[in-house]
Design a protein around this ligand. Structure first.
Ligand code: ASN
Length: 309
C-alpha cells in the first residue's frame, strides 16, 4: 500500500509533467533529423525466431505461438540488416522497444530497464566515421531543440543543459584500458565535459572485425559526460557468410536457430552497413539531469521492480 502511495505521489509531481513534455520533444527531434536526411521509418518487430544474442547473459524472453517458440526482441539488429535489402530501404530507423530480462547482478544499475526503447538506425554501405558524424549531429540537434522549446520544463527540473560546440572526441578502448583499467568507461564518463566515442570493443559477432586485422573491430559506443555513462552502441556489420560463421563459431554459438539468416548471407544478399542504437530513456535521463533511469520512466521497469502495474 505504501508503494502505491509513493507511486501516485511521483505521478503528481510537477517534474513528471516536464519530463513528458521533454520526452515528446526529444522523440520529435530524433525522428525529424533522420526523416530530413531521407531515412525511412519502420515499425518495430516484437517477436521472431531470432533476436540479438547480446554480449551479456540475460534470462530468455520467449513466448509460444502454436508450434513455435518466438523470442521477444532484445534489439532489432538482424531485422535492420534484412530491412536494408528491401527496395529503397538504404537508410532506415525504428523507435524500437526492447525486452532484456537482466540478471540480479545489475539490480543497482542506474542505466538499465527490463524494457526500454532504442532509437535504432542503419545505413546501407555506411562506415563508422560517417555514422559517428551523424550521431554527433543528431545529439547536438536534440539538445538545441530541447533548449529552444523546453526552457520552462528545464527550469522546473533545475537543469542547465550543457552546450556542446566542439567535436566529440574519439578514443580507442585499448588506449583507455591501458590508462584507466577495465572501468575506463565509468572513469572517463565521470571526468568528461562532452560526449565522446570509444571504438574497438570485442563483443557480438555481427559487429564487423576490422578487415585484415583479426581481433580489432569497427564498432563504437557513445558515452555521456558527467557520469551519465553509455548512450549508444553501434558498428559496421559483418555481411559475408564465411566471416559471419567464423565469428559465430569463435563465440561457440549454436548456428541452427540462425539458419534462415545464414542462408540470406550465404546467398550474398546482406549489404555492408553501419548503424547504432541510442537508448531513449538514457538520453532523456541525461537531458533531464536525473540520476536514476527510473526517474524518467512512468512505470518502473528497473531490475529490482516489484511490477506494481
Ligand atoms: N542497436 C545496437 C546496434 O545497432 C545493438 C544492440 O542494441 N545490442 O548496434
Amino acid at each position: 500500500m505504501e508503494e502505491i502511495a509513493r507511486n501516485f505521489a511521483d505521478f503528481a509531481h510537477p517534474d513528471t509533467e516536464s519530463i513528458a513534455i521533454i520526452r515528446g520533444r526529444v522523440l520529435q527531434a530524433l525522428q525529424h533529423y533522420l526523416l530530413d536526411r531521407d531515412f525511412k521509418q519502420l515499425m518495430p518487430i516484437l517477436m521472431s525466431p531470432i533476436t540479438d544474442p547480446l554480449n551479456h547473459a540475460v534470462y530468455p524472453a520467449e513466448i509460444q505461438y502454436e508450434q513455435r517458440r518466438l523470442k521477444l526482441t532484445a534489439s532489432m539488429i538482424f531485422h535492420k540488416q534484412l530491412a536494408l535489402t528491401a527496395k529503397g530501404h538504404d537508410k532506415i530507423f525504428i523507435v524500437a522497444p526492447n525486452i532484456r530480462l537482466e540478471k540480479a547482478e545489475i539490480k543497482d544499475s542506474e542505466n538499465h530497464l527490463l524494457e526500454f526503447s532504442q532509437f535504432d538506425f542503419e545505413i546501407r554501405d555506411g562506415d563508422m566515421h560517417q555514422v559517428m558524424a551523424l550521431i554527433e549531429g543528431l545529439i547536438k540537434h536534440v539538445f538545441s531543440e530541447v533548449n529552444q522549446h523546453c526552457a520552462a520544463e528545464l527550469a522546473q527540473l533545475n537543469r542547465q543543459l550543457p552546450h556542446f560546440t566542439s567535436a566529440f572526441p574519439i578514443y580507442s578502448s585499448d588506449e583507455l584500458r591501458a590508462e584507466h583499467g577495465d572501468d575506463f568507461e565509468k572513469i572517463m564518463s565521470a571526468s568528461a565535459q562532452t560526449p565522446f566515442f570509444v571504438t574497438n570493443y570485442r563483443r557480438e559477432f555481427y559487429d564487423r572485425e576490422t578487415p585484415g586485422k583479426r581481433g580489432a573491430y569497427n564498432n563504437y559506443d557513445l558515452i555521456y559526460p558527467d557520469g551519465y555513462g553509455e548512450a549508444l552502441s553501434g558498428a559496421e556489420r559483418e555481411f559475408e557468410y564465411e566471416q559471419i560463421v567464423y565469428r559465430m563459431n569463435e563465440l561457440s554459438m549454436d548456428l541452427q536457430p540462425f539458419a534462415n539468416y545464414l542462408e540470406v548471407a550465404r546467398r550474398g544478399l546482406l549489404h555492408p552497413s553501419a548503424g547504432g542504437g541510442l537508448g531513449i530513456e538514457r538520453l532523456l535521463k541525461f537531458i533531464c539531469g536525473k540520476r536514476r533511469i527510473r526517474d524518467v520512466a512512468l512505470f518502473d521497469r528497473t531490475v529490482g521492480t516489484s511490477f506494481l502495474f
